[in-house]
Write a protein that binds this ligand. Structure first.
Ligand code: FAD
Length: 507
């Protein structure tokens, strides 16, 4: 009616007789009362008597306060009357008492009726019993509180993701993971590690992401690595938008249950590390024998070649001596061949899916006693997650152990002050890059290529350090389609940079 002008009012009254107004108000399914300016009831409709239990005869002439249970806070009435006195409508909830003594929660709306002089002459009150609604709201709230308490008390982390990947519900354990891992969403870190294309799958078909007890390793710069076991399920979330009122429209959510299994895994890791230490030691011993024998054979070739040339020269001048020499040479060649036969070969390893961070951590673990003994400070900066690559784990461990051993040797010089080893892994486009940086004396520029030659060593030479086993290391890198490079580290020491393509193709 606010848009209706006074000039229009008689016209509308003509179309809608006053009697219809009265009947409409009387029969409305909402408790309606009209009071004077002091809240004395002048009119009450049928619904009013139904809701309050008072007949019209009992209620008309009484003040609205007779409905009050006198437990509604007085401040609420103060606000109500302050609004009404300012001729503003008021609405709120009050605790009322019916005639039969039953209490009910009333949702009340009061509008002042202002006359032509601007004076409030009456009030229009409309209320309904919302006790049941309130009960249901409380039931829902209690259930929510109960569920939240149970979820919060659970010793595992929960995270519910909407189709865009936003975490819309979590629990205390999840919040603890946020603090511990220093990441915004641990759920994303775990999913990134286990299913890199999870975002697309979540938007298109979240069922693809349903897994049970899949473990992800999360490495951190500081502190121990964490092992998180994830179980996921898809749940239907009903939409609360208005347009979903008449249909059960909803969207799927992905519920992740994440358990920290680090302690268990650490125990397994410890057992594995000591077994690994034995395997690496054995492999190193074999490699040392192999290299020693190969180097000896390599060096013996030289005098034998000299003998061979001498035989050619002597053949015409002194055939008898040449024949004797030839016999000696053949004997030596036979012995050398026998020597070649006994060179121990390492067993062929099968290619498996490898996590480079795991390899590096193994190497650090195995090298810890030597690092501690040499007083070397280790800065371990792993990529939080790395995609798995195909490779030979033992060979890769040998490779990085050789680089770490070289770094230790380089810095473990009497009087050498700065002893820092930095080991980092990173994902650079399609490549996994591992850097082993030391603060030793470094490698002279012109030795950096020679260092990869078989049997090259500079130990005991110029005082500058050069690594051993680099030709073997280069072989392992090449077998994995990668590249290895030696450079100067920021501290002036040696920087060994190894790169592998994630898809295993040669770089
Ligand atoms: P009251 O003495 O009535 O008032 C309490 C305080 O309210 C006073 O200290 C004063 O600050 C303020 N106040 C009271 N009357 C006025 C006034 N005329 N002008 C300015 N300030 C005033 N109350 C209910 O509990 N349940 C209802 O369903 C309900 N319906 C109402 C419907 C209408 C249309 C109106 C106008 C009022 C309604 N009231 C209702 C309010 C009711 O009139 C009382 O103010 C309230 O019940 C408190 O009553 P009381 O006896 O405890 O205190």
């Amino acid at each position: 009616m606010s848009a209706v002008t006074r000039a229009q009012a008689p016209f509308i009254e003509q179309m809608l007789p006053p009697e219809v107004y009265r009947q409409a108000v009387d029969q409305a399914d909402l408790a309606i009362s009209i009071t004077d300016a002091k809240a004395n009831i002048l009119f009450a409709n049928d619904a009013f008597t139904r809701v309050t239990g008072y007949s019209k005869e009992e209620i008309v002439g009484k003040n609205e306060s007779m409905l009050s249970n006198h437990t509604t806070p007085t401040d609420l009435y103060k606000v109500m009357w302050s609004d009404l006195s300012a001729q503003k409508p008021w609405s709120g909830k009050l605790l009322n008492r019916r005639k039969d003594g039953e209490l009910y929660l009333a949702e009340l709306s009061i509008s002042p009726v202002v006359d032509a002089t601007g004076k409030t002459t009456h009030f229009l009150g409309m209320h309904r019993n919302i006790t049941e609604l309130h009960r249901l709201e409380r039931v829902v709230a209690n259930q929510k509180h109960l569920i939240e308490s149970v979820v919060d008390a659970a010793p595992v982390a929960f995270a519910l993701l909407d189709p865009t990947g936003r975490v819309i519900l979590d629990n205390q354990e999840y919040k603890k993971l946020v603090t511990d891992l220093r990441v915004k969403e641990p759920a994303h870190v775990v999913l990134d590690s286990l299913m890199p294309a999870w975002r697309e799958a979540l938007a298109e078909n979240p069922q693809q992401l349903v897994v049970s007890n899949r473990e992800a390793r999360v490495d951190r710069a500081a502190g121990r690595a964490r092992w998180l076991s994830m179980t996921s399920s898809v749940i239907d979330m009903h939409s609360d938008c208005a347009d979903s009122y008449f249909c059960a429209a909803g969207q799927p959510g992905l519920l992740l249950v994440i358990a920290d299994v680090s302690n268990l895994r650490e125990e397994q890791e410890r057992a594995r590390a000591s077994a690994l230490q034995a395997v690496l030691a054995e492999e190193e011993r074999t490699a040392a024998i192999r290299e020693g024998l190969s180097a000896a054979i390599f060096r013996l070739e030289e005098p034998m070649n000299v003998m061979s040339s001498a035989i050619s020269v002597l053949q015409r001048r002194d055939p008898a001596s040449a024949a004797m020499l030839q016999q000696a040479l053949s004997g030596s060649r036979e012995h050398m061949e026998s020597l070649r036969q006994v060179i121990p070969q390492s067993p062929q390893e099968i290619v498996v899916s490898v996590n480079m961070n795991e390899i590096l951590r193994d190497v650090l673990e195995v090298s810890t006693p030597r690092l501690l003994a040499a007083g070397i400070i280790v800065d371990w900066q792993p990529a939080a997650t790395l995609p798995a690559i195909l490779g030979r784990p033992l060979q890769l461990r040998m490779l990085f152990k050789a680089l770490v051993d070289n770094a230790i040797e380089a810095m473990n010089i009497k009087g050498w002050k700065r002893r820092e080893l930095s080991l980092t892994s990173a994902l650079n486009g399609d490549c996994i890059v591992v850097s082993v940086l030391d603060s030793g004396p470094g490698i002279p520029q012109d030795w950096r290529y020679k260092a990869f030659e078989p049997f090259f060593t500079a130990k005991g030479g110029s005082g500058k350090h050069i690594g051993t086993g680099l030709s073997r290391a280069q072989q392992v890198v090449a077998d994995h389609g990668g590249i290895i490079d030696l450079d100067e580290s920021p501290s002036g020491g040696c920087a060994a940079i190894v790169e592998f393509r994630v898809d295993g193709d040669p770089i």
